[in-house]
Ligand binder design. Structure first.
Ligand code: URA
Length: 192
């Protein structure tokens, strides 16, 4: 698995499949433990992520770290990536052609990792991974089984920064995630 993972990472880091290759500073492949049972998927890198080549390292990333820490998760016991691996200019939404060009990398990451739980951050990621008509305001925090994987969506941390009133609901969702980890994960060690 490790060799295939490294080969995939190398291929992704030099990707030229879409025009974002011309405007990016770095590809953001992902971070954490590729053997983790929990995979967290955001939308696309922002400015800070593009600079550093790491996912969720800006303001939203700091909040994500705090959210994860509440339930014993950190960047060592999960894996974090994005549906699109390069920053769209001015942080605009990724275009359908960019998402289509990039989706193979996430599909291959998922196939190699075989996570038990996938957590989508925000509507865009949930629409891609759970269902095209996913409604984040109604369906956040609910688990859906797809191809033997338990999938759920949380509000994107950037949305929580814009609207802190959503934080209590997200705390409830995080507790459901923690319960699901305790129920089905076999080697995820929650750390407090
Ligand atoms: N927002 C995302 O969706 N992903 C990142 O990596 C950073 C911010």
């Amino acid at each position: 698995m490790q060799k295939q993972w490294e080969a995939l990472q190398q291929e992704c880091l030099s990707c030229q499949l879409c025009p974002l290759a011309q405007t990016r500073t770095q590809v953001v492949f992902g971070a954490g433990d590729p053997q983790a049972e929990v995979l967290i998927i955001g939308e696309a890198p922002g400015a800070r992520e593009d600079e550093l080549g790491e996912p969720f390292v800006g303001r939203a990333g700091k909040l994500l770290d705090d959210m994860l820490a509440m339930i014993g998760l950190n960047r060592k016991n999960i894996y974090i990536s994005n549906s699109v691996k390069c920053r769209p200019p001015q942080n605009r939404d990724p275009l359908p052609a960019e998402k289509a060009a990039c989706s193979g990398y996430l599909q291959r990451q998922m196939a190699l990792m075989q996570p038990k739980i996938i957590v989508c951050l925000g509507r865009i990621s949930a629409m891609e991974l759970i269902r095209p008509d996913f409604k984040i305001t109604q369906e956040h925090g609910q688990f859906y089984e797809k191809d033997g994987v338990q999938m759920m969506a949380l509000y994107h941390p950037a949305a929580l920064l814009r609207d802190p009133h959503k934080k209590p609901e997200t705390f409830e969702d995080l507790k459901k995630l923690q319960a699901k980890i305790r129920e089905i994960c076999t080697h995820t060690k929650l750390e407090f």
